[in-house]
Each structure stands twice: as structure tokens, then as C-alpha cells.
Design a protein around this ligand. Structure first.
Ligand SMILES: O=P(O)(O)O[C@H]1O[C@H](CO)[C@@H](O)[C@H]1O
Ligand SMILES: O=c1cc[nH]c(=O)[nH]1
Length: 356
């Protein structure tokens, strides 16, 4: 067994500033992700079932070794749009006659695109769905030997006292009971994993919002609900045993506690990336002000424009990062699928990667 793979239950030391696990616990010296599960090393092959990839069936180092950013959001359409948008923003060129492809299309679960150093992947709705994807994306980063990847969630949410269309960068996350950890029943016991986000990354993202943006960008606590309706205090679900006044009291109490928005994935996203020692941030746009109503009634075009706002902020971060590293102009090629056969590698789709 690889000597640096530790007991998955070992308790990491905490770093005050970035809220991340001590890097020596979670990274190799070259920045690649350590997997805190000793069993994976012993397996003949690791099948990443829900993203339709495998550690032996695919050459994951060849396909994903250059990944720096993993961007995720609820819907396949948003993440396809983001893939095209980021391609334009970072000046990434596809080989003539090729188009972006959904790498995970045959999983029929999630959709995933790769644009140079950026992965854009859908996570579905809610805690279990993003939890499964995070396990597989973290393992993918490990198998691919990707160095210091950063994860972003680009989402939508309900705002509390904010103008619809406001961008919220989460600086803290709580569940529906106000807990700052992800509770997972494992082997019949509840395991609590701290849900923490990198404060420095929050500040860096906030600094990329400009006065010229025709909307506000703010930071605050995000509440992660287990449900869209009763779990978020809505009165328009199929069931409701409380009054409008009860709901209003509840939401106003959340505001007093610093909660700016409500969505459905923040806690596992923060907890599992933290557990893996991966820098991560959550950027969501508010579709409505929950203090004023429950129904998401904005027209489709308005909603589509709102959904671009977190993408714009994250794209600014990615561009700035690549500019700083002097890598913006050297991008060329295509996220291809490299299938490993027992004796030789076969490139299913032609690729020329000059990043890194
Ligand atoms: O738009 P996404 O990213 O899916 O985020 C929000 O929207 C969904 C509910 O409509 C939940 O997944 C919630 O977290
Ligand atoms: O109110 C909302 C809007 C989007 N997503 C949520 O989870 N809640």
C-alpha cells in the first residue's frame, strides 16, 4: 500500500486562515490530491460509475491530469453553457471540426465537459446527488494526479432580503438545524464532518466583483436545506402545517443569524472538499427574495441572465489565475476520452493539450 495513504478516519489538523485541512495530510508535496481511503489503492480498478469513467478503462492522467478547476452546478444545460462560455473567456481552441462532448453522457446521470484546465459538471439537486458526484470527482482528481485543483459550485438559490439577481459568495454554511457540519449516517452511526470554506478564496472572489456590474455581489452564510418546499419554509408545497406568520418568523430569524441565501448542496460541498483538502467556493445567484414570496416566477430569459452572473465571477477568477501563471494563450486542444485497453492506449477523440 502507498505509505502516504492514511487511515480515512484520522482527524486532520485545522489551519485557521483558510479553513482547510493541514495540507501535508491531504496533499502530496507536488500538490496532487491524497485519497484518505486505503482501500482504493488495493483495488484492481476504480469504477467511477456515475460519471462513466474508470481508473483502468480510461487513461485518467492523460485525460484530466491538467485540471485546475472543477466547476459544478445543478443542471446539465447550465454546465454545458458554462463550458462554452469559459472556452471563449480563456481563449481555448477546439481542433477544427470538433465540438465539446459530454464525457459522462453514457452514465445518464451527470453531464461533464472539459475545456483545457476546466471541468464543468452538473451535480443534480440536493445533498445525496452532489455527495455522490463529489466522491467521484475527488477520486477523479486523485487518479488523474491533478495538482491543487479548486472546486466551485455555480448555483441558484433563494435570497433573504436581497434583490433578485444578487450574487452571494458563501463565507459560511449551515444545515437546516443551524449545524456547521455535514451529518452522514455511516455504519449505523452519525459521522459529522466540518463544513468549512476557504476565507481567502471568498475575499479573492469578492474582489473580482466590479462597480460596473449591474447587480450586487455579497458574502454571507448559506443555509443548505434538505428540500425545496417545507425544508425551506415554503408554504406552496404539496403539504404545509404552519402559517405564513410562522414562516416569516423563521426566515427573519435566519436573517438575524447572518443567513443570506438558501439552497440545497452547500453543506456536503463544503464538507467533502474540506475533508479532501481541496480549495472550494460557492457562488449562487438569488432567483427571488424569500421574504417576499415562495414561487419562482421570473421569466425564463431573466432567469437565464441571472444564472450567468455566478459564471461571470468564477470565469474572472479562472482567467486571472491563468493570466498570473502565464497560461492563458497556450491553450489548445480538446477534452478527449482516452480509453485504456489492457495492452495499449487508444485515443477515441483526437487531442492536443499544450496546457502545463
Ligand atoms: O440551481 P442549482 O445549482 O441546482 O441550485 C439550487 O436549485 C435547486 C432547486 O431548485 C437546488 O439544487 C438548489 O441548490
Ligand atoms: O428558493 C430557491 C431557489 C433556488 N434554489 C433553492 O434551493 N431555493
Amino acid at each position: 500500500m502507498n505509505s502516504s495513504v492514511r487511515n480515512g478516519n484520522s482527524c486532520p489538523k485545522e489551519s485557521e486562515e483558510n479553513g482547510n485541512n493541514e495540507t501535508s495530510e491531504t496533499r502530496y508535496p507536488d500538490g496532487t490530491v491524497k485519497l484518505r481511503n486505503p482501500h482504493i489503492e488495493l483495488m484492481d480498478q476504480d469504477i467511477l460509475y456515475h460519471i462513466a469513467l474508470g481508473s483502468e478503462s480510461h487513461d485518467l492522467v492523460e485525460m484530466f491530469g491538467d485540471v485546475k478547476f472543477v466547476c459544478m452546478g445543478g443542471t446539465p444545460k447550465r454546465m454545458e453553457t458554462f463550458a462554452h462560455y469559459i472556452m471563449k473567456e480563456i481563449g481555448y481552441k477546439l481542433p477544427t471540426g470538433t465540438t465539446l462532448m459530454d464525457i459522462s453522457q453514457y452514465s445518464y446521470r451527470y453531464s461533464m465537459y472539459k475545456v483545457g484546465p476546466v471541468i464543468s459538471v452538473s451535480h443534480g439537486m440536493g445533498v445525496p446527488s452532489i455527495g455522490i458526484l463529489l466522491h467521484e470527482m475527488i477520486k477523479l482528481m486523485y487518479h488523474a494526479k491533478a495538482k491543487d485543483p479548486i472546486f466551485f459550485r455555480i448555483g441558484t438559490c433563494g435570497g433573504l432580503g436581497l434583490e433578485p439577481g444578487t450574487v452571494v459568495i458563501s463565507d459560511d454554511v449551515v444545515d437546516g438545524l443551524g449545524n456547521h457540519y455535514y451529518s452522514v449516517p455511516i455504519l449505523g452511526k452519525v459521522v459529522k464532518r466540518p463544513a468549512k470554506l476557504e476565507k481567502k478564496l471568498v475575499r479573492e472572489l469578492k474582489a473580482l466583483a466590479t462597480q460596473d456590474d449591474p447587480y450586487d455581489t455579497t458574502t454571507g452564510t448559506t443555509m443548505c436545506a434538505e428540500d425545496f418546499y417545507e425544508g425551506q419554509g415554503r408554504i406552496d408545497g404539496a403539504f404545509c402545517d404552519y402559517t405564513e406568520a410562522d414562516k416569516q418568523d423563521y426566515l427573519e430569524n435566519l436573517v438575524r443569524q447572518g443567513v443570506k441565501n438558501i439552497e440545497m448542496e452547500a453543506v456536503p460541498f463544503a464538507a467533502l472538499t474540506h475533508q479532501a483538502g481541496i480549495k472550494a467556493a460557492i457562488v449562487c445567484v438569488t432567483l427571488l427574495n424569500r421574504l417576499k414570496g415562495d414561487q419562482v416566477a421570473a421569466p425564463k430569459e431573466v432567469m437565464n441572465e441571472y444564472q450567468q452572473r455566478p459564471q461571470i465571477l468564477v470565469a474572472r477568477y479562472i482567467k486571472k489565475y491563468l493570466q498570473t501563471k502565464g497560461r492563458l494563450c497556450s491553450l489548445d486542444g480538446h477534452g478527449s476520452i482516452a480509453v485504456k485497453s489492457p495492452r495499449r492506449f487508444k485515443l477515441v477523440q483526437q487531442e492536443s493539450q499544450t496546457f502545463e
